[in-house]
Design a protein around this ligand. Structure first.
Ligand SMILES: [Mn+2]
Length: 312
């Protein structure tokens, strides 16, 4: 008779996960990346257990970290070096040999709780989209009025997929149980994907909403004051992120995406974000570099707009 194995032990003590040295996000001098000094803390979740089609998103976090070491630290849009100014602490990658539920609820959830509990800003790099719910749950518990701004080609609102409630295809169904959701870039969904029914879902289909317009502010107006931003890179056009598991033609362009996030930072308080589903293409660094650059821009927009009141 097979012995039932004991539940797996994961390292979830924030302090034990901190990367020392300079192989960190943005290649910062170690003293700019300590937990004590940094306001941003980056988690890496190289998980790809439930992906439907192309594989390789498990290699995303490391490729994005290496690419980020080539990104200029000066943000020329907000004209400041927010990354060294506020500090970015890098955590060791989570153990990806587990179920999606163990990854997001057993590792990401407790670590995000500690990050938020220490008044730091959580950033999560995937991995597939199934990693996001644990981070969002921890943030939603800390900020009762959180809603989610969700950039994606797919609505991810199936209650479960292949009998897995923590599948990448059910990510939004999970966080919609805890928060209102505004979706943009959507262009692939099932007829019956409605969401949990517990909180509203506003969906801006890419066919109608793929250029700048007043709809951006209208979409943001559906959000509560505190916002978690979750970015599946397939929400962008495949010309921006060719390296992703399920690319769909006709997504958000680079500048539309940046302007949406800039408007979001100007009008709401962003309290956490993730970038998921980068699947590096061998010999072509476009996708991981775009993700690293996007990460740097979002850090700049949050520092410059959301935190402006406390820095002037
Ligand atoms: Mn997607």
């Amino acid at each position: 008779m097979a012995k039932k194995s004991a539940p797996k032990k994961f390292v979830t003590d924030l302090r034990k996960l901190v990367v020392k040295g300079d192989d960190n996000f943005f290649g910062l001098e170690p003293e700019l990346a300590t937990l004590a000094r940094a306001r941003f803390v980056v988690m890496s979740a190289p998980y790809e257990g439930t992906v439907s089609y192309g594989v390789g998103t498990g290699a995303g976090p490391k490729a994005i970290r290496l690419a980020s070491q080539q990104v200029e630290l000066f943000d020329e849009i907000t004209r400041d070096e927010h990354i060294p100014r506020h500090g970015v602490c890098t955590l060791k990658a989570f153990d990806a040999k587990c179920s999606a539920e163990e990854m997001t609820m057993g590792q990401i959830y407790p670590v995000t709780q500690q990050i938020v509990g220490e008044n730091k800003f959580p950033v999560l790099v995937g991995g597939e989209h199934s990693v996001s719910p644990g981070a969002i749950k921890a943030v939603a518990e800390a900020y009762p009025d959180v809603s989610v701004f969700h950039i994606d080609a797919h609505s991810d609102l199936r209650d479960s997929y292949h009998d897995d409630k923590f599948s990448h295809a059910s990510a939004a169904a999970r966080f919609n149980e805890w928060c209102p959701v505004v979706q943009v870039g959507i262009r692939s969904r099932e007829k019956m994907e409605h969401g949990s029914g517990k909180h509203p879902v506003h969906c801006y289909h890419a066919f109608d909403y793929h250029t700048e317009g007043p709809w951006i502010d209208e979409a943001i107006n559906h959000l509560t004051r505190n916002v978690y931003l979750t970015i599946d890179v397939d929400g962008f056009d495949p010309s921006v992120f060719p390296g992703t598991g399920t690319p769909e033609p006709g997504g958000i362009t680079w500048y539309l995406g940046l302007k949406m996030i800039l408007r979001l930072a100007q009008q709401r308080n962003i309290v956490g974000f993730d970038i998921v589903e980068v699947s590096p293409i061998k010999g072509q660094q476009v996708s991981e570099f775009a993700a690293a650059r996007l990460m740097g821009r979002i850090i700049a927009f949050i520092s410059h707009y959301c935190w402006r009141a406390e820095t002037v």
